[in-house]
Ligand binder design. Structure first.
Ligand SMILES: [Zn+2]
Ligand SMILES: [Zn+2]
Ligand SMILES: [Zn+2]
Length: 262
């Protein structure tokens, strides 16, 4: 059966500290180009009347208001670093609106970290005020069917840690990574759209660089690629002028349509 078409909205394209960065007055942090204004990294995957969120950044409330998100059917976590989880408490309005818990997906390790960081959500103790209502569902290596679209976990190396990117339909989103195992590259064939971490030009122990991600694009040959998790070393207009036309920088608010069927 054909899956519904997918719309991807980039909610944040910035690195962990965001751009502008607190206390920095460099030309990118001072830029008037709105594409140089980067909230923390996250996307919304929408199809039919469903919204799937990848990661809850510290900017989640702002991102949800900006993108006018008015329902949330599931959250999929790539890993439990602070820039990917700290907005989790802000999903409470969706619990009120939808009158039910929200399923959250991630590796067993990621969910365990989230349950530790947000202990008050999961400790089962009686509360005097509202806490998020969440339903943790661990992911193994198999794809999970979310309302008719398969989300396939794609293992990537983030420094020494193995975390997840995700493929859905003819798109894939690989945020934080420093290396992609060969078996994972095989999961990225026949893509229309590939999102890749490209923190900066200089090497970094846990993140990909512009040059490295250009090589990944050459290796798996998606029709188009978008770089994300970008720091203030990259000025949007200038960085794009040095890239081939099928590779662009993601920016907050960017919307892309792809097929939902693999
Ligand atoms: Zn990150
Ligand atoms: Zn700066
Ligand atoms: Zn990370």
């Amino acid at each position: 059966m054909a899956a519904p078409p997918i719309r991807i909205t980039v909610l944040g394209s910035g690195t962990s500290v965001g751009v502008p960065t607190i206390g920095c007055h460099c030309e990118v942090c001072s830029s008037t180009d709105p594409r140089d204004n980067r909230l923390r990294p996250s996307i919304l995957v929408s199809f039919a009347d469903r919204n799937i969120l990848i990661d809850t950044t510290p900017d989640f409330r702002t991102q949800a208001l900006r993108a006018r998100i008015d329902r949330l059917d599931a959250i999929v976590f790539t890993h439990a670093h602070a820039d990917h989880i700290m907005g989790l408490d802000d999903v409470r309005p969706f619990n009120f609106l939808q009158r039910g818990p929200i399923p959250i997906y991630g590796s067993a390790e990621t969910l365990a970290s989230i349950q530790r960081v947000f202990e008050y959500i999961f400790d089962g103790a009686r509360k005097e005020s509202h806490i998020p209502k969440l339903d943790p569902r661990p992911l193994a290596s198999a794809a999970v069917d979310l309302f008719g679209v398969d989300f396939l976990p794609v293992p990537v190396l983030h420094g020494s840690q193995i975390i997840h990117g995700f493929r859905f339909g003819r798109a894939a989103y690989l945020t934080d990574h420093s290396d992609i195992p060969q078996a994972s590259l095989e999961q990225l064939r026949d893509l229309d759209v590939l999102f890749l971490d490209a923190l900066r030009y200089k090497p970094h122990p846990t993140h990909s660089t512009v040059d490295r991600s250009v090589k990944t694009v050459e290796a798996v040959a998606p029709r188009r690629a978008f770089f994300t998790h970008i720091c203030h070393d990259l000025r949007h207009a200038r960085a794009e002028s040095m890239l081939p036309p099928h590779i662009r920088l993601a920016y907050d608010g960017l919307e892309i349509a792809v097929e939902g069927t693999r």
